[in-house]
Design a protein around this ligand. Structure first.
Ligand code: NAD
Length: 343
């Protein structure tokens, strides 16, 4: 029995999380879900986007399956996702992008694991307004990069490459311009690479990397990069394999691991039974792998890939002509997973 904190999230979150929970339970593995509100849903219910109860639950269970959380643009409360990553020091964000047969993506044979530093850099949101005579005349954002943070993420990337038999790690940066911050990240990546002579190492400047990822994604294997670059590039790699509806991420710290889709709360399709649940189900697959339930993880993953390749039980983001919705896709997958584990 696994005790897991379950955060349904905002927008399309509750509908895709509901499917993911049923698919995970279809493997026969027992879970005790501790359902907690966060984000906009918690603001409505408890007047705060991060109630203490959600933090206590995560501290206790150490495993989290999370739906997307809305972050107001511009004003309003700060990102709950960023706050959770910092509170639990979930320093490594692992976002695999592996080709699905049957999507509209023209890219084939993509198999990239993007590893993003998750707690530092520009994305950490250390910023303030500069106000003179009651007028905001400027704003300043601080990209704090530490030696410790850079070393632990680079080491995580090489350890991941080694344990998953990957051939190459590419460190992505902008060290030609941001010589202090990105420069230190690159210097540390080079130092860490020396400890892993069996893993090939290269570095790329972020802009060139973005172009090459679109021209020849097959040249990339494991990518390690800083927070904001990783955020942007992981949406790009999601696009290479058919979109955000298919891509999941793991946020790993020393004690806690949190699994989620790469996508957001998708307000444009919320409540329409159109959301693709695969990304969150794939997050569940990563959770199973994390706790060592490899057989169940493989059964779900295989069923997902077969179903997408067939193209019938898929949501409109994969096949615009389909009449299949979130719930129908979920029901079909649940029955396929049940059959697979019964064999
Ligand atoms: P988004 O990922 O929610 O949506 C981008 C586009 O992708 C939309 O057209 C949406 O319809 C589509 N899409 C996303 N998920 C899909 C799915 N499962 N199936 C089919 N189509 C899907 O990004 P956004 O619109 O920029 O952000 C909306 C909100 O989500 C914002 O408040 C943002 O801060 C938040 N967000 C949260 C997370 C998270 O919780 N980890 C991540 C990204 C964005």
């Amino acid at each position: 029995m696994y005790n897991v904190t379950l955060i349904p999230g905002d927008g399309i979150g509750p509908s895709v999380i509901d499917v993911a929970v049923k698919v995970l339970e279809a493997t026969g593995i027992k879970f005790k879900w501790d359902k907690q509100l966060a984000g906009m849903a918690a603001v409505y219910e408890h007047d705060t986007p991060i109630p203490d109860a959600v933090l206590e639950s995560i501290r206790k269970n150490k495993l989290v399956l999370k739906g997307p959380l809305t972050t107001p643009v511009g004003g309003g409360y700060r990102s709950v996702n960023v706050a959770l990553r910092q509170e639990f020091q979930l320093y490594a964000n692992l976002r695999p992008a592996v080709t699905f047969e049957g999507t509209i993506s023209p890219f084939k044979n993509v198999d990239i694991t993007l590893i993003r530093e998750n707690t530092e850099g520009l994305y950490a949101g250390i910023e303030h307004d500069i106000v003179v005579d009651n007028e905001k005349i400027a704003a300043e954002s601080i990209a704090l990069i530490t030696r410790k943070g850079s070393e632990r993420i680079c080491r995580f990337a090489f350890e991941h490459a080694k344990s998953h038999k990957r051939k190459k790690v590419t460190a992505v940066h902008k060290a030609n311009i941001m010589k202090c911050t990105a420069g230190m990240f690159l210097e540390i990546a080079k130092e860490v690479a020396k400890d892993y002579p069996d893993v090939e190492f290269e570095d790329k400047i972020i802009d060139a990397c973005a172009m090459q990822l679109v021209m020849s994604p097959q040249n990339y294997d494991v990518i390690v990069t800083t927070n904001l670059f990783g955020d942007i590039l992981s949406d790009l790699t999601a696009g290479l394999i058919g979109g955000l509806g298919l891509t999941a991420g793991a946020n790993i710290g020393k004690d806690v691991a949190l699994f989620e889709a790469v996508h957001g709360s998708a307000p444009d399709i919320a409540g329409q039974n159109k959301a693709n649940p695969i990304a969150v189900i794939k997050a569940g697959v990563m959770l199973l792998q994390h706790v060592g339930e490899f057989k169940a993880a493989k059964a779900i993953d295989k069923a997902i890939h077969e179903m997408v390749a067939e193209g019938k039980y898929v949501t409109p983001d994969i096949n615009p002509k389909t009449k299949c919705g979130t719930r129908e896709m979920g029901s079909e997958l649940i029955s396929r997973v049940k059959k697979a584990v019964a064999k």
